[in-house]
Design a protein around this ligand. Sequence first.
Ligand code: MG
Length: 245
Amino acid sequence: MKVIFLDLDKTLIGEDYSPEPAKPIIDELKRKGFRIVFNSSKTRAEQEYYRRALNVEDPFIVETGSAIYIPKKYFPFSFNFTKDVGDYFVIELGERYEVIKKILDELSKKFGLKYYGNSSIEEVMEFTGLPRQLAELAMMREYSETIFRWKDEWFIEAVKSKGLKISKGSRFYNVHGNTNKGKAAHILLLLYSKFFGDIETYAVGDGLNDFPLFEVVGKAFIVGNLKHPNAVNINSIEELLEVIE
Ligand code: MG
C-alpha cells in the first residue's frame, strides 16, 4: 500500500492555478495504486475545489499542517478527532484563525503587513494572481494567514515572539500555530499503518515549508533547486512518474 503527499502551489499546480495539467498526473498515480493526500498551505475550500476537479477522495491536510480532514467512512475504525464537520472528521493541530489575525492586526502597522485578512478581494487577486473564484476560496481561512507584503523583515521575529510559527512557501510567508506539514503527515500515517500494516510513503514539494514533510516519509522529491538530504531533485511533477513505480 502506497501513500503520496503532494504539495499544491508550484508542485502539482502551476502558475495559472489551473487543475487541468495535473489530471494525467493524478490519474497515473491512481493507476499505480497510490493514495493521494494533498498537503498544502491552501485552505479547505481551495483544496476541495482541486479534489473535485481531479477526483481525489483521500484525506487532506490544510493550511501548513494545521488540520487533517478525513472523509468519514475512510478508515473502518474509530480514532481521536477534534471535530465533526460535514463529511469529515477533523484532527486540528494548529491555531484558530481569529487568534492569528488578532496578533497580525496588532503588528501590521509597524511592519507594513498585507495579508488576506486586511486585503480586499481585488488586492488578493493582484498579490496572488488568483482568479476571483479561487481568491474567494483562499480567503476562507480557518487556521493560518499568508503574508503577501511587508516593509520590514523583522516582522518574522515579532510573529515568533507572539508564540506563532512562520514558514516560507513557494510564494509567500505563512503564519500558523505550532504545527507543520510533517507533523500532520506523521499523524495521518499512523492511521494508515493501523489500517494497512506496512505502507510505502512518498512526498513531493518545492518549498522550505515542505522540509518537515520530507523527514517523515520514505521517499521524498523536490521540484526545482532547493536541496534536502532526504530528497531527490526533479525538474517537474511530470518527471516524478518516470522515477517512481
Ligand atoms: Mg509549493
